[in-house]
Design a binder for this molecule. Structure first.
Ligand SMILES: Cc1cc2nc3c(=O)[nH]c(=O)nc-3n(C[C@H](O)[C@H](O)[C@H](O)COP(=O)(O)O)c2cc1C
Length: 342
C-alpha cells in the first residue's frame, strides 16, 4: 500500500494514511475493485451511492453494496435520498448494523431521476435541508459524517461556498468536491479553482475531484487547490496503479496481465461464475485499451461467458503478440493514450 507512516489527514478522529482515494462509482466501486485499489494505495474505501429508500425496504441488493473487507478501512458508506428523515434513519441503521468508519452523503449525482427529485446534486438546491440533515447526523451518529458535492446546480447557482460552510457549521468532518455543476454532468472540464476557494474557506479536510487523469494531474490539483486529498474515479478504471502514482505507461504488461487474471478471479468469487464474468467486461475494456492486437481480441474477450474461456483466449493473445516483450517500452504512445498531460 501507499500508506505513509504519519496520517495525511484526519476525518475527525480517523487517521487517513494517504492522499489518493478511489471515487465512489456506481457499478465499479464494488468490493473486488475497491480492494484492489486499496491494496495499490487508495487510502480509504467508499461504497457507491446507495439508495436510502431501497435500504428502508431491506432489498438484499442495496444492503449488499455495504459488504466490505476489514483491510478496506477506513470504510465509507455513501447514501442518497431526497427524504431527509428516511436518509438519517438509514444512515443510523447502516452504521449500527455494519460498523463503517464514516457515513458520506451524496450531493453530487447528476442523473436526472436522482437529481430532479431533490436527491444527489438536487440537494444543492435546498441548503436548509442539507443543514438540517448534517446537524442531525453529526449529533446522532457516533461516527463522522462527510459530504460529496458538485459546484452547484448550474452556472447561475454555483453555491459551493455556501454549501461548504453549511457542512462545516453543521458538523461535517470533510467535504469532497467534484469541480462541475449538475447541469454539466460530465461535459466540459472540471474547474479546480472552487476547490481551492473551499480549502481557503473551511477548516475541515477538503478532497478535490474531477478529471484527475494521470500522476501529473495529482500534483497539479494539489498545487492549485491545496486540497488535503485527491479523489480519482474514471482514470482508475483500467489503471488502479494510479494509486501507486504510476501512469498507464509505467505499468508493465506482466503486471497488467497478472491483475487482469486476479481481478477476474475475484469477480467470479464475489458474484458467481456467470455474473462475475459479465460484470468484469467493463473493466476489461479499459485494461486492454491500446494493447497491440486489441482490435483482434477485444470483441472475443468481451463476449466470453466463462472465466476459463476468457483466460484461454487472453493467454492466446499474449503468446500470439508476445505482449510481454512488446510492451517493454514505457513510453509506447498508444498504450499511454489517455494520460496526456495538458
Ligand atoms: C460510472 C460512474 C459512477 C459514479 N457513481 C458515483 C456514486 O455512486 N457516488 C458519487 O458520489 N459519485 C459517483 N460518480 C462520480 C465520481 O465519483 C466522480 O465525482 C466523477 O467521476 C469525477 O471524477 P473523475 O473525473 O476522476 O472520474 C460516478 C461517476 C462515474 C463515471
Amino acid at each position: 500500500m501507499n500508506d505513509t507512516l504519519s496520517p495525511a489527514f484526519y476525518i475527525r478522529d480517523i487517521p487517513v494514511y494517504g492522499d489518493l482515494i478511489l471515487s465512489p462509482m456506481a457499478g465499479f466501486s464494488d468490493q473486488p475493485f475497491r480492494s484492489i485499489c486499496r491494496e495499490l494505495g487508495s487510502a480509504m474505501s467508499y461504497t457507491e451511492f446507495v439508495s436510502a429508500e431501497a435500504l428502508s425496504h431491506n432489498t438484499k441488493r442495496a444492503w449488499r453494496y455495504f459488504e466490505f473487507l476489514p483491510f478496506e478501512r477506513p470504510m465509507v458508506f455513501q447514501l442518497f435520498d431526497n427524504d431527509i428523515e428516511r436518509l438519517a434513519t438509514q444512515c443510523q441503521r447502516a452504521a449500527d448494523r455494519l460498523g463503517p468508519d464514516v457515513i458520506d452523503i451524496n450531493m453530487g449525482c447528476s442523473v436526472s431521476n436522482v437529481a430532479q427529485r431533490g436527491a444527489g446534486a438536487g440537494l444543492l438546491r435546498t441548503p436548509d435541508k442539507i443543514a438540517a440533515l448534517f446537524n442531525r447526523l453529526s449529533h446522532e451518529l457516533a461516527i463522522p459524517v462527510t459530504g460529496k458535492i458538485r459546484l452547484g446546480w448550474d452556472d447561475q447557482s454555483r453555491n459551493y461556498l455556501e454549501i461548504a460552510h453549511i457542512l462545516e457549521d453543521n458538523g461535517a468532518s470533510a467535504v469532497a468536491i467534484h469541480g462541475r455543476t449538475k447541469q454539466q454532468a460530465y461535459k466540459g472540464e472540471a474547474d479546480w479553482n472552487p476547490i481551492g476557494e473551499i480549502k481557503a474557506a473551511v477548516k475541515i479536510p477538503v478532497i478535490g475531484n474531477g478529471d484527475v487523469k494521470c500522476v501529473a494531474d495529482i500534483d497539479r490539483i494539489k498545487a492549485q487547490t491545496g486540497c488535503d486529498a485527491v479523489m480519482i474515479g474514471r482514470a482508475a478504471i483500467g489503471n488502479p496503479w494510479i494509486f501507486q502514482r504510476k501512469d498507464k505507461a509505467q505499468v508493465t504488461f506482466a503486471e497488467r496481465a497478472a491483475l487482469i487474471r486476479r481481478h477476474l478471479v475475484e469477480m467470479v468469487d464475489y458474484y458467481g461464475s456467470d455474473y462475475g464474468v459479465i460484470l468484469f467486461r467493463k473493466h476489461v475494456v479499459k485494461y486492454i485499451k491500446g494493447v497491440p492486437g486489441h482490435a483482434d481480441y477485444r470483441v472475443p474477450l468481451l463476449t466470453c461467458f466463462t472465466a476459463d474461456e476468457f483466460i484461454n483466449l487472453f493467454s492466446q493473445w499474449e503468446n500470439e503478440y508476445s505482449l510481454d516483450q512488446q510492451i517493454a517500452d514505457p513510453f509506447e504512445p498508444e498504450w499511454a493514450d489517455d494520460c496526456v498531460v495538458a
